[in-house]
Design a protein. Structure first.
Length: 71
């Protein structure tokens, strides 16, 4: 499975926020923002900080996408 954070980026657009605003609100590093941008894995701690700052549930910011070779 791979992860997608498209929901997070749509939420930022809907709230008229930029990635730097997310970084400031969460206190996470720019490296973590970059990982999120590239749909790479980040720690649960990072995801929890994002959820707390955005006042949402984890399913509101990410989704798991099955890979073609998975059954």
């Amino acid at each position: 499975m791979k992860v997608s954070y498209k929901k997070l980026w749509k939420m930022l657009i809907d709230r008229d926020m930029k990635k730097k605003d997310l970084q400031a609100a969460t206190g996470i590093s720019w490296a973590s923002i970059t990982k999120l941008s590239k749909n790479e894995n980040v720690s649960m701690e990072i995801l929890m900080k994002v959820c707390k700052a955005m006042e949402c549930d984890i399913g509101d910011i990410m989704e798991l996408i099955p890979m073609d070779d998975e059954s």
